[in-house]
Ligand binder design. Structure first.
Ligand code: DGY
Length: 314
């Protein structure tokens, strides 16, 4: 029986795959972090963690028996893959099970930002709505517009399917040609041609500040930017400035450079919808993610190769 540490509470029943192991999990509303996490990891062979847990070289050094880290997320930029590979620790993520849910949220942001739903709803609640106004809350149409999808993996494709249902033309950019209709080889070209841009790239050294001041300046003044990937893909300072100066119409953001802090200028920027990293937050999807992570730990500890193993980085 191996010891498996789970850093955060998970949906009921999602750790069934680990029934034959000793599972150390926090009480509801708590987390296992800091010194307690290091102490628990001293004897642990498995770790089930969140994107908010920094699994760096130092933490891995405190876990001499660790064989597998399962991140309950599709992104794994919180894990030092090189240090894990050097120690022979397998790293797993949760691809596939959150694509449609995250694409739904990206589309919700696309609609909310384009149609200024946050401002309108906030005014109604605050008693500031004085009645129908022909010139009030004028947004941007979504139908008939061009959606530029940056990153064309599973989630990007799921967003493209939704775009067709909303009578949008979907273009996409990826590092390698996809051979599919709508592929645009040059990112700058895609940005200049799009009415709405939705980001679906993982956070890597290459994608950090992919949307910097120069690229944001390529967007149309009527454009809408949606980010459900990772906050660091966008230079928030540059985005806030562009919104303040009306150099793009709106932004719908679910992720931030320094979560849970949100850049103060973004909080005050016009036409901005801000969500607290809820892309995959449905009961069914979060349960599926947690189950997938637990199953990956079971598999590695049983000497099997889980399908969601992140390729080791050396
Ligand atoms: C992920 O999985 O990486 C998301 O950011 C959270 O679901």
């Amino acid at each position: 029986m191996a010891r498996v540490v789970v850093t955060h509470p998970l949906p009921p029943g999602s750790l069934e795959a680990l029934a034959s192991h000793e599972v150390v999990a926090p009480q509801p509303g708590e987390a296992i972090a800091g010194d307690r996490l290091r102490a628990e990891l001293a004897q642990a062979e498995g770790l089930v963690c969140m994107l908010t847990d920094r699994v760096d070289r130092a933490l891995l050094g405190a876990a001499p028996r660790l064989r597998v880290v399962a991140n309950v997320a599709v992104g794994y930029d919180n894990i030092d893959l090189v240090a894990a590979a050097e120690r022979g620790v397998a790293v797993c993520n949760t691809p596939g099970v959150l694509d449609e849910t995250t694409a739904d949220l990206a589309f919700a942001l696309l609609l909310a930002a384009s149609r200024r739903l946050w401002e309108a709803e906030t005014d109604v609640r605050a008693g500031r709505w004085s009645g129908f106004g022909f010139m009030q809350y004028l947004g941007q149409d979504v139908h008939g517009k061009t959606l530029g999808i940056v990153g064309y993996g599973r989630i990007g494709r799921a967003v493209a399917r939704r775009a067709r249902g909303f009578s949008m033309e979907a273009l996409h950019h990826a590092r390698r040609p996809t051979g599919e209709p709508g592929y645009v080889a040059d990112l700058d070209d895609l940005l200049a041609r799009s009415d709405v841009v939705s980001l679906h790239v993982p956070l890597t050294a290459e994608t950090r500040h992919l949307m910097d001041g120069r690229r944001l300046a390529l967007l149309r003044p009527t454009a809408v930017l949606v980010n459900t990937s990772r906050g660091q893909v966008v230079d928030e300072e540059a985005l806030a400035l562009a919104l303040e100066q009306g150099r793009l119409f709106a932004a719908g953001l679910d992720v931030y450079e320094h979560e849970p802090s949100v850049h103060p200028r973004l909080l005050a920027a016009p036409h901005t919808v801000l969500l607290p990293h809820v892309g995959s937050a449905t009961v069914a999807t979060r349960t599926a993610m947690a189950r997938m992570a637990a199953e990956a730990v079971r598999a590695v500890l049983a000497g099997e190769m889980p399908p969601n193993l992140v390729p080791p980085t050396v």
